[in-house]
Design a binder for this molecule. Structure first.
Ligand code: ADP
Ligand code: ADP
Length: 229
């Protein structure tokens, strides 16, 4: 079975002001098996964020189909979205909430019963236990990035999607995030990440798809792909 199954996915952004119409995705076909750590590797502007944002329900696709955990994103929008946690590049955190409050709010949003919440456990795993009652505005940039990962996990999704998880992050935090992603994977979470660092895809991913100009130009197990580069 597939965690993500996408057929002929296309996205054209409408022209706006001086910006001409832009074809960001030109017919993406992908089947990402359950249990993999899958990397979408490509340069800036390749369409990686657009792909992720369509799955996350943040961008409307122009055409094609997408299934998450077997659920069609058009027919079952809420259920399909509940099967994924998405970590975007932007830090979206209310400065006057605490990490604990933020995670509890998210859990409430997903309808996770109080007894099933793992707020403190998640914060602890990401090294934020001692900051759980601090204001978010008092956290460092690295802590906020980790908080974004925590926020994506409150509903215990079987699939975690990370958009450029380590862009602009120092070496230490990059290691920490990689270790944590590996640990989640070992516990059974399917991982999908986008990156423009070959090194990151090589280090983490069992399969790599190369995206360029809105198309998948290669998709292979990592060792095979690397042997041809
Ligand atoms: P990144 O390259 O780090 O993913 P960008 O700087 O390309 O981010 O985009 C920042 C924001 O601007 C995003 O929300 C993106 O959707 C939007 N954006 C990017 N390119 C365009 C564009 N050509 N026209 C309008 N909005 C855009
Ligand atoms: P990546 O994540 O690989 O950097 P994106 O999906 O952000 O690529 O962008 C793909 C293309 O679509 C780029 O040319 C970008 O400028 C354009 N784009 C992204 N977001 C928007 C938007 N909101 N409006 C118009 N164009 C956009």
């Amino acid at each position: 079975t597939y965690a993500i199954e996408v057929r002929d996915l296309r996205k054209t952004y409408a022209a706006a002001g001086k910006m001409p119409e832009k074809q960001a995705l030109n017919g993406i076909n992908l089947a990402i098996p359950t249990g993999s750590i899958f990397g979408l590797l490509g340069p800036n502007g390749a369409g990686k964020s657009t792909f992720i944002n369509i799955l996350a329900g943040l961008v409307k696709k122009t055409s094609g189909t997408a299934r998450i955990w077997g659920l069609d994103i058009d027919q079952s929008p809420r259920q399909s979205r509940a099967a994924i946690g998405v970590v975007n590049q932007e830090v979206v955190a209310d400065p006057f909430f605490t990490p604990f409050e933020m995670l509890e709010l998210m859990a409430g949003f997903y309808g996770v019963p109080k007894a099933e919440r793992r707020t403190v456990e998640i914060l602890t795993a990401l090294g934020l236990a001692d900051k759980k009652d601090a204001y978010v505005r008092q956290l460092s940039g690295g802590m906020k990035r980790r908080l974004m990962v925590a926020k994506a996990l409150v509903h215990n999704p079987p699939v975690l999607i990370l958009d450029e998880p380590t862009a602009g992050v120092d070496v230490e935090l990059r290691r920490l995030l990689w270790d944590y992603v590996r640990e989640l994977h070992a516990q059974g979470t399917t991982i999908i990440l986008t990156t423009h660092y070959l090194e990151e895809a090589e280090e983490l991913c069992d399969t790599i798809a190369i995206v360029n100009h809105g198309e998948i130009v290669a998709c292979e197990p990592t060792p095979q792909l690397l042997s041809r580069l």
